[in-house]
Design a protein around this ligand. Structure first.
Ligand code: CUA
Length: 354
């Protein structure tokens, strides 16, 4: 029957397409490829991956070859009598107990060593950044150079290149997972149970990060970026990040600030702006330097004037589920809906927060 013969051909085609798609994601030029590592943590994990991969290939080839040989050589032929019946074979049984033990040891020893190397920082005194997961964005806390206070930022992690950076991981709400494919494998953010890891970027530049633990409706849009830069640039950035927001000079931006801190838009109730006595909210990311970030909405859209406006006007259209205006009456209550002029003012103010 032609249909039964055509059936496996479709299966083969589907399988080939699937393999092509899966291997395309391994292409090292992808921004989130784990095969193009930069730094000792990701590198050690890639070495471990290859170690286990080739051990598995070895097992597959040996077992597959023996199986094929035996299947063909000892297959039943017409007229064959019953094969001789045996019970037990001590050398064989010892052999197939020892061989898997050796293979497991070959896989287990480097795995355990890598796990401990990746957990224990080679420089516990190095810069430590506290990462806190929120639905659906990342908060980053750096120690202030004065040694007393903390610098709070979000969604863009800045680190000095070529240096160990220690990271503690915590969550405000549900499980998240911190993953910078080119720098380090995933580590979970567990509410109330601080995990730790360390990273080191060997090349300056931008690295993509992504939440890697399903954490609700906007999980796929919980992204972040890492900027590795020379030490002097990093120190400069840290000082700038520690500074308070300056009062806007332009009238439109001043109007925007009044709206931001007013009871119509109520931005202040969720967001902090350093230096403002009113904006002290802790629900959303700190906005003190939001306009110096390259992205908005946790790595979802470029930080442009137009995108910022759309984000404020209708955040759910960009990131469904986001807490921003989710429960507010800002759409249903005509007295609260922001006019075009008010949106322009808010955007003008937020763009001064550099
Ligand atoms: Cu946070 Cu997924």
């Amino acid at each position: 029957m032609p249909s039964s013969r055509r059936h496996p051909r479709y299966l083969w085609a589907a399988l080939l397409i699937l393999i092509a798609l899966l291997t395309a994601s391994c292409y090292p030029d992808n921004p989130q490829s784990t095969f193009d590592t930069s730094g000792p943590v990701a590198q050690s994990q890639l070495v471990l991956f290859y170690w286990i991969f080739w051990a598995a290939v070895f097992v597959f080839i040996v077992v597959g070859t023996i199986l094929m040989y035996i299947t063909i050589k000892f297959r039943r032929r017409p007229g064959d009598p019953d094969p001789p019946q045996t019970h037990g074979n001590t050398p064989l049984e010892i052999g197939w107990t020892i061989a898997p033990t050796l293979i497991l040891a070959i896989v287990a020893v480097p795995t355990v060593i890598t796990i401990f190397d990746n957990l224990n920082s080679p420089d516990p005194e190095a810069l430590t950044v506290d990462v806190i997961g929120h639905q659906w964005w990342f908060e980053f806390r750096y120690p202030h150079p004065d040694g007393e206070s903390t610098i709070v930022s979000a969604n863009e992690l800045h680190i000095p290149v070529g240096e160990v950076v220690n990271i503690t991981l915590d969550s405000k709400d549900v499980l998240h997972s911190f993953w910078i494919p080119k720098l380090a494998g995933k580590v979970d953010l567990v509410p109330g149970n601080k995990n730790r890891m360390w990273i080191q970027a060997d090349e300056a530049g931008e690295y993509r990060g992504q939440c890697a633990e399903f954490c609700g409706v906007a999980h796929a849009l919980m992204r972040f970026r890492v900027f590795a830069k020379p030490r002097s640039d990093f120190d400069e950035w840290l000082v700038a990040e520690a500074s308070q927001a300056e009062d806007p000079i332009e009238p439109l931006a001043q109007q925007g600030k009044a709206l931001f801190e007013g009871n119509k838009a109520q931005c202040w109730s969720c967001h902090t702006v350093g230096g403002s006595s009113k904006s002290r909210g802790q629900v959303g990311p700190s906005l003190t330097h939001v306009s110096s970030r390259s992205q908005l909405a946790a790595g979802v859209i470029e930080n442009t004037q137009q995108n910022l406006r759309q984000w404020i006007e209708d955040p759910q259209s960009i990131k469904q589920g986001t807490t921003m205006f989710r429960d507010a009456k800002i759409y249903s209550d005509p007295n609260r809906k922001l006019s075009d002029a008010e949106l322009s003012a808010l955007v003008a103010y937020i763009q001064t927060l550099k």
